[in-house]
Design a protein. Structure first.
Length: 163
């Protein structure tokens, strides 16, 4: 799951590097989308930051995210944060035997690192799919990154069905 999370973050980074700054902050008109590419990117980053912070005390609190709105309006800042998270994932020696205390939606429970990495991957690909919809509504074409925002399991299923 570490590799899958890195891959999704690398996909997001490559997409953002190819994206015009103005599109990063645009709210699509005439669509029911909530948020911008920037706000979904910030949301993804802040969930990962909660896992990084948990290394200090074993607590992952998704409810008390920073919600740094500067990230959603500054693509360079978002890219810097993504790079930091990728570096953390690449250099960390994860202890999969640890049990974490996790808070989400005002509920506290115990979880494992593997479970939280799975959650983060699923959460991230969900928001990548929303980012894709927003970008396509703004005219962006995913020619180079046709699998962007499509879960790994969906990709495997489609491949087995000869999509």
């Amino acid at each position: 799951m570490v590799h899958q999370n890195i891959q999704y973050l690398e996909d997001l980074k490559a997409f953002l590097l190819d994206l015009e700054d103005v599109v990063f902050i645009n709210q699509p008109k005439g669509h029911a989308f909530t948020g911008t590419i920037g706000s979904h990117t910030r949301h993804i980053i802040e969930f990962y930051k909660q896992l990084v912070k948990a290394e200090e005390n074993g607590n992952i609190d998704y409810d008390s995210r920073e919600r740094n709105t500067a990230i959603e309006s500054d693509k360079a800042m978002a890219l810097h944060n993504i790079d930091s998270i990728i570096s953390y994932f690449q250099s960390s020696t994860f202890d999969f035997s640890l049990i974490y205390t996790v808070t989400t939606n005002h509920t506290v429970y115990s979880s494992s690192l593997g479970r939280e990495l799975t959650y983060l991957a699923e959460h991230t690909v969900h928001h990548l799919a929303l980012i894709r919809l927003i970008a396509e509504a703004d005219g962006y074409e995913f020619n180079k990154t046709e699998k962007f925002g499509i879960a790994e399991s969906t990709q495997r299923f489609r491949q087995s069905q000869n999509y």
